[in-house]
Structure formats: structure tokens, C-alpha cells
Design a protein. Structure first.
Length: 117
């Protein structure tokens, strides 16, 4: 499985972006997929995740502002980010794991999101 993250960019505080994580190599419809982020000087953190059945998880810091979704026909997972804050600035990575696997084994290359104040 190869993951390609895209959609990052520079946006003003309060703005929106939609990140895409396109999978290739095989269908990830049965995989859990997540978005992580890593800001300069900080540890990587889990932002949002979606199960194969559509159940979602959000970090407290993004609840109510970010929405994760998946389009199995396009083999793509999205992260819609609204009301962006400067503290959302980070490199965003998508990751996936197969059913029965407890760690995220496949990772995309990351896309940079910069939120200006």
C-alpha cells in the first residue's frame, strides 16, 4: 500500500483546507486510516482516525473543527479542517493499518499546513 498526502498550504487563521490521502497498490476500504501531525520541535500526534466501518476519533484539540471521511470508491481519505488556528501549523501525515494490525504500518510522505495569524 502506498499513501499520497496532498492539500496542504498556507492559510490565514479562521480559514479552511481539505487534505487528501490517496491510496494505491490495493484497496484500503477494510483498513483503518488516520491523520497525524508534527509541528516543529514537538512530538507527532494523532489528529483523527476513521475505521473501516466509518467510526471516527478526534483529538480534543480539533474536535468540532476537523472532519475525517473516506471515499472507498476513490480509495481516498480526507481531512476537512475548518476554523484553522496558528497552532494547527504542522506537517500532516496520513497512515493506515490492515485489519488485525495494531500499529499504523503504512505512511504517506506528509503535507505542510501553515496557518498565519
Amino acid at each position: 500500500v502506498q499513501l499520497q498526502a496532498s492539500g496542504g498550504g498556507l492559510v490565514q487563521a479562521g480559514g479552511s483546507l481539505r487534505l487528501s490521502c490517496a491510496a494505491s497498490g490495493r484497496s484500503v476500504s477494510t483498513y483503518a486510516v488516520a491523520w497525524f501531525r508534527q509541528a516543529p520541535g514537538k512530538e507527532r500526534e494523532l489528529v483523527a482516525a476513521i475505521s473501516s466501518g466509518g467510526s471516527t476519533y478526534y483529538a480534543d484539540s480539533v474536535k468540532g473543527r476537523f472532519t475525517i471521511s473516506r471515499d472507498n470508491a476513490k480509495n481516498t481519505v480526507y481531512l476537512r479542517m475548518n476554523s484553522l488556528k496558528p497552532e494547527d501549523t504542522a506537517v500532516y501525515y496520513c497512515a493506515a493499518h490492515a485489519p488485525g494490525v495494531t500499529i499504523y504500518e503504512y505512511w504517506g510522505q506528509g503535507t505542510l499546513v501553515t496557518v498565519s495569524s
